[in-house]
Design a protein around this ligand. Sequence first.
Ligand SMILES: [Zn+2]
Length: 256
Amino acid sequence: MSQLREIRPNLWICESSSSKIQVRSVLVVGEKRAVVWDTLTQPADVRALAAVIEDKPYYLIYSHADWDHVWGTAGFADGRLGLIGHAECRLRFGDDVPRILQRMKLAELGKWESVRLVPPNLTFTSALSLDLGGITLELYHTPGHTLDSIVGWIPAWGVLLGGDAIETPLPVVNHAKLVEDWLKALESWQRVATLSRSIPSHGSLEGRESLDQTVAYLRALAGDRQFNLPRKLENFYRETHQKNLIVVDGGLDLNE
Ligand SMILES: [Zn+2]
């Protein structure tokens, strides 16, 4: 099941909780073209989004190749302008992406049969700008949560699409050596005065809260360990926090 709503004119979010995990994708509609940021966990999740696009030319974008962001692609008809991801994201489709699908198919028989893995066919390494007609979406490589993570910036609206590079109550850290540059990249977004809203794939939609909280968390993780976390953390985030500490303390690089 997923829920679709327009949070400002031509900016839609679609939230799915069909797989125990809450995840959000975003639709940006320009005068000439539209863009869908992430395809959620399975094709049924994105059918409502596909209906809003109707016959407008559109791109799909993967914020990164983790399963909860890329498994719903078959919910869109063919004929899109392209499927965009970082070059590292494409590589993962020949590596951990099919492996995790196989593992989940075995763990939950019948649940994932409609998933079709579709790798990006338009890749970039540093930055890419998309003219949607009246609106521009800029994509920037932001390695941190994963090597292939990107963020999206819509200057005209002051909106940052964070994928899992920003998350509340806290982000998932997989690579100790990427934390410093990840933090620097997010701190530079914090200095953008026109940035009024950050939209993470998981977590708070309030203003810049997700950006600010992620920066505060990563700063504490890399520094004094004075975390300002909610008293009540869901199990998933309590465990993630403990794992993040182990990753950073051990200098670990978690690859599937
Ligand atoms: Zn995610």
